[in-house]
Design a protein around this ligand. Sequence first.
Ligand SMILES: O=C(O)CCC(=O)C(=O)O
Length: 265
Amino acid sequence: MTPCQSPHETYVEKGFYLHPEPIVSGSLLRLAIERISALMNGTYDMGAKPWRRWNIGHPYKMQKIDQVHLCDRAFYSLVTQPVIGEWIARVSSADLVQVWATQLLVKPPGGGKLGAVGWHMDRKDWPFWQGEILTMWLALDDVRPDCGPLLYVQGSHRWPDIAAPGDAYIQDLEAQEKRLKQLAPHLAWREVPALLRAGGAGFHSADTLHGSRANRTDCPRIGLAISVRTERSRVKSGVEDYGYTSYLDHPSIAPIIYRRERIDP
Ligand SMILES: O=C(O)CCC(=O)C(=O)O
């Protein structure tokens, strides 16, 4: 970010924005972190189950809990903190921010490539949306260079379609990178890691190429992905949505976490 650039200008230019310093308080983070082992064990305190659990109990693969805000009060409270909505609105310059998906992401240490997430653009996985969709990746603990931080490819949100949207399930990032570079040798490849203090966040557009490598520390890397729509998004009809767009009228399944008040002249 050049000194006079706003978060929104940086986001528009690079396809992501990093806010390494805490946005939310340590006490809220601790409440959420303390709930993770119960969640992993299938204990939910809001009466609903997650929509999907991925690799729970696997020693090395990324463990994920989809729609964690529906099953746990601490996570619901975290996701709906006004400051989260305000930051997403600041970065995207949106008038309305509505959560439609959350994912608790725990990358265990020691698994090498098994913990990696391949280069991908989220829009490929979310064909049921058109327009503005973005994700805030909130660090629940410090994210250091060797723990397999989320990586963004700067400017990739402007790449033409030829440069393939990638695949999150491929774990050989070097091979993917080589292939992408062959497909589009003229495109600049500049990786930026989301190095964050606990409570800090990275914000990325659904069109920004991102992924993450192995966790080479002794501790899990823990994050919460909060995916939102703004007033500039539309649901594509006739496309399988796995339920994600069916609850947009439901205030707690898809909470609106920011609405800009317009004052009539
Ligand atoms: O946490 C990661 O390493 C990947 C997360 C991701 O792909 C996302 O939040 O869109």
